[in-house]
Ligand binder design. Structure first.
Ligand code: PLP
Length: 391
């Protein structure tokens, strides 16, 4: 969460004072307006606001027809929600190494493609853009669907295109820790009308079937789904947050680049698939060894600058995905993708040491969080600590 205040308070008050903040027939139509405003900004043809980024990922996979019998390629470094979205759809995740940018390695993804592979989920983790040209080319060659997980990259770009708009379907999160936030929330985007309709039906099965005219222009057959609907209170907050997004990304970019340019030449910045793009919430430094990385972060901490070593970030590291590693994909055995007959023989040989390259890169990397509100003095202090922490 970066910038939130009176505008959002007024928006919530507006929604509540309307006494009618049910998304479907709410007089403010805040959710629908937010969807329109997001589409106008990013160029997506369809947008569906819902309760979480996880919900958007599951809805995306369901819309694409991913289910039992399917494998989905996911990177070894992403929040566990990405992998659990795959099991929630009844498919199994195939864990793929990351490259030197800590995003999905397209080379390793290719090695894991089998006759069962249905989709790939490139994750723009920490706002680092994936190599979307290579992902798209791979997907085209092998007939895979691309679900972009842009949950950590709201408003970021890759070669001038908004992250989340490049694949078949994109998912964003607006939980408290994201670039813009409504406490909880998620968004699905796609240019494909049929996928949008299937996601619409799935994400809100009961209301779509009952309220308003939502099904009037839907040509896809209805099916039983789940409930990821959200209220106009969330829509109202996000409309205000969206107004702040571009300035926020601009300030993050400015401070990220300024700090990078102030670094001592002996410090190495992690490479990027779009150094001018991405969603610059983090300046990532790369070290030759895990020991050198630890020693550097300890010296920074002594001087008052807390860095994060991503190997320490719990459920963002595949080796800590207990549910996947121990193959408990659902509460009921008959609904557990790891026990379903349709999934017998798929690639589910998970081991904590299966992606050594990712573990190595994660141990040799340190993140400095970028503050969009740093002034010159704060920037100079951060640069002085980083440069002064070299041996
Ligand atoms: C990469 C990634 N994917 C998916 C999610 C799930 O988003 P949510 O918490 O909104 O369900 C998150 C949230 O932290 C995430 O970081």
């Amino acid at each position: 969460m970066y910038r939130i205040g009176q505008e959002e308070i007024d928006a919530v008050a507006r929604a509540i004072r309307s006494k009618d903040f049910f998304k479907i027939n709410g007089s403010g139509r805040e959710v629908f307006r937010f969807e329109e405003e997001w589409k106008a900004l990013t160029g997506s043809a369809h947008a569906l606001l819902m309760s979480s980024g996880f919900g958007a990922l599951v809805s995306a996979l369901v819309a694409l027809g991913v289910g039992p019998g399917d494998e989905v390629l996911v990177p070894a470094y992403t929040y566990i929600a990405t992998a659990l979205a795959v099991t929630a759809a009844g498919a199994v995740p195939v864990i793929v190494e990351t490259d030197e940018t800590l995003t999905i390695s397209v080379e390793d993804a290719k090695r894991h493609i089998s006759q069962h592979t249905k989709a790939i989920i490139p994750v723009h983790i920490q706002g680092f853009p994936c190599d979307m040209d290579a992902v798209t080319a791979l997907a085209k060659t092998y007939g895979l669907a691309v679900v972009e997980d842009a949950c950590q990259a709201d408003g970021g770009v890759y070669k001038g295109r908004y992250l989340g708009t490049i694949g078949d379907v994109g998912a964003y999160s607006f939980n408290y820790y994201k670039v813009i936030t409504s406490g909880e929330g998620g968004l699905l985007v796609t240019d494909d009308r049929a996928l949008f309709e299937r996601a619409l039906i799935f994400h809100d099965a009961s209301a779509v079937a009952f309220f308003g005219d939502q099904l009037d222009n839907v040509t896809q057959p209805v099916f039983g789904g789940t409930e990821f609907r959200i209220s106009d209170i969330t829509g109202a907050i996000l409309r205000e947050q969206l107004k702040k997004l571009l300035a926020l990304i601009g300030d993050l970019r400015k401070n990220h680049d300024a700090l990078r340019d102030m670094l001592d030449g002996r410090l190495t910045v992690l490479p990027s698939h779009d150094p001018q793009g991405g969603c610059p919430t983090t300046l990532a430094l790369s070290f030759g060894t895990a020991e050198a990385c630890r020693a550097f972060t300890a010296r920074c901490a002594e001087k008052g600058l807390a860095l994060t070593v991503p190997i320490d970030t719990g459920k963002h590291v595949y080796a800590n995905w207990t549910q996947i590693m121990e193959k408990r994909g659902a509460l009921h055995p008959a609904m557990d993708p790891f026990r379903m007959p349709a999934n017998a023989g798929l690639q589910t040989d998970y081991r904590p040491d299966m992606c050594p390259r990712t573990l190595d890169t994660l141990s040799r990397t340190a993140y400095a969080a970028i503050d969009p509100d740093w002034d010159e003095q704060a920037l100079a202090t951060a640069a002085r600590i980083l440069n002064g922490s070299l041996e």
